[in-house]
Write a protein that binds this ligand. Structure first.
Ligand SMILES: [Zn+2]
Length: 128
């Protein structure tokens, strides 16, 4: 009777702050962090507010995962195969923006900007 709440708590803690992962083919889920260097970045995007229809440039927050130059020495063949297929990518962190129009200032959902962008040589593979 007493062990059950503890077990539930432990399970919830482990799953808590896991970031949303893209479900693209070739991406790895196990030990993924060891293949990438993570950093935050901001990229400008031209967004149009659906409330007042005014366009402006907004800074969108991204989580950038740059593929490392090499694997840790303890990597096995399976890790190396996964690593070969891994690509640098970035995940969009912002879902909402606040309108820059001073007479509007409403929050709106970001649309027209992908949530996952793959990177090649540090540049977005797709830029719209
Ligand atoms: Zn607006």
């Amino acid at each position: 009777m007493e062990s059950q709440p503890f077990a539930q708590k432990k399970k919830a803690k482990g799953q808590d702050n896991a970031p949303r992962e893209p479900k693209a083919e070739g991406l790895i889920f196990m030990d993924e962090r060891e293949f990438f260097d993570e950093k935050s970045d901001k990229k400008p995007a031209n967004l149009s507010c659906p409330h007042c229809h005014q366009s402006a440039e907004y800074e969108i927050q991204w989580l950038v995962r740059m593929k490392k130059k090499s694997l840790p020495p303890r990597a096995d063949d399976r890790d190396r195969a996964k690593f070969a297929k891994a690509q640098s990518y970035m995940l969009r962190r912002d879902d909402m923006m606040m309108c820059k129009n001073m007479r509007c200032r409403k929050r709106f959902e970001i649309t027209g900007v992908q949530t996952v962008a793959f990177l090649q040589d540090g540049l977005p593979a797709v830029d719209h």
